[in-house]
Design a protein around this ligand. Sequence first.
Ligand code: SAH
Length: 370
Amino acid sequence: MRAHALIHGRESSKLNLLGLPAPSLVEFFESMDEKPYRARQIMRWVYQRQVLDFAAMTDLSAALRKQLATIATLDVPGALANEHSADGTRKWLLNVGAGQAVETVFIPEPNRGTLCISSQAGCALDCAFCATGHQGFNRNLSAAEILGQVVLASRELNGTPVTNVVFMGMGEPLANYRNVLPVVKLLIDDQAYGLSRRRVTISTAGLVPQILRLATECNVALAVSLHAPTDELRDRLVPINRVHPIEELLDACWKYAEGLASRQITFEYVMLDGVNDSVPQARLLARLLKNRPAKVNLIPFNAFPEGRFRCSSPHTIEQFWQTLKAAGLIATIRRPRGDDIAAACGQLAGRVHDRQRVRLGDKVIGASTL
Ligand code: SAH
């Protein structure tokens, strides 16, 4: 038995069916001389009823249930910790093996329940104001580890439905495109979670080639972490801007929006005191997005222990928001949730060990200059 199999307490020779794309699951059953509809049955058990024990899948024959248990698993990352915020937000720290742990957050609201999931252990993009980026990058999560967060939360929420899923936890989802795409497809598949495309949001710091690819492969809702109205400033805050500057990024966004049936792209803008929050900067931002399928979400900066920034004052945020609105933009201010349990945007640190010392920011632009 190999080392990682021992860590998970499972035999590595078994195939984890979690997160497997529907066509691969069909192939799996066909290879066992079973009917293709077995794939649908398994998907319903796992994703709609949160049943992970083959023995409990009563519409499969006893022989098939037994055989499945010998060759396959439905392996969800285990929870190392579980916190409840005073505002109802919940956070889980999930064991993804070898000392690494990632975080998942559930945000209840009156008419919906949003699950914020992680796609990587750590992150290589090195955004100047983000706790995850601060840690560096360890590895991409597998499709099973990403979708396992939805399975685990759905089980733990005891009937409270997850109505929306956002890829705004740890990591850059489009840098792990290969494993994120099958998860997105299962989230919107009627045989699995059956969420509408509008209720699944990929948030990206601006990986242009992957945005264009996603447009053709699975055009779910898109959020773009803009955070600055000029390349000079964005180069420093979001280093990937040095590879894909604002004009190139926005061109890709407008192409993406063409496939969205009149829906808008959300531009996230973290409010950093004295850095990106002036009225002239709001006017520049409005100029970039005016008359485009765009809305702006202003995010009050959430502090984390090693952070060098402060959040803009409520008055400054209000003024910035008013300036955008006066210029004809749709803009909202995000209400921080779960900050008492470090579950708010940009606070997710998890446990990332053995990180690669070279982060994208170092590699592409040299050490961060802010
Ligand atoms: N890598 C993806 C998704 C992860 S972060 C992305 O960049 O979009 C989700 C959002 O939280 C992003 O808009 C990110 O810029 C923002 N964010 C990061 N650190 C933050 C902080 N300390 N306070 C507020 N928002 C933060």
